[in-house]
Design a protein. Structure first.
Length: 119
């Protein structure tokens, strides 16, 4: 399994990686009738990817965060629905990195979490 950001392999692989297939419906035309029947107008199918890392060096966390610093970027990953590695144009939401510790003069970060959403 390879994970690429803008064609470059990610600096460190996540300890947790979850792909969610999202159906996007038209908010105006997707409604329930009085008897509870759903009339649905799906306008797109998109991907959302959640990733979490264990311990990362300063260089690794910086590389990951900088690779995703543009508003949009290409992300290549193994997709469960397609059964192959695919590339999607994504954006990243909040990027909490909650814990840092110094060990032998090296700062280590633990618990970086990212959610990527297809454009």
């Amino acid at each position: 399994m390879k994970i690429l950001i803008n064609g470059q392999e990610i600096a460190a692989y996540p300890s947790a990686f979850q792909v969610t297939v999202l159906d996007l419906d038209d908010g105006n035309s997707s409604v329930r009738t009085a008897d509870g029947t759903l009339n649905r107008d799906r306008v797109a199918v998109k991907r959302q990817i959640d990733m979490t890392w264990g311990m990362l060096t300063e260089q690794q966390i910086s590389s990951i965060l900088q690779a995703m610093s543009n508003v949009f970027f290409d992300f290549s990953y193994p997709d469960p629905m397609m059964g192959a590695t695919i590339t999607k144009n994504m954006y990243v939401g909040n990027r909490p990195a909650p814990f840092a510790v110094e060990s032998n003069g090296t700062v280590l970060w633990n618990g970086l979490k990212l959610t990527l959403t297809e454009r």
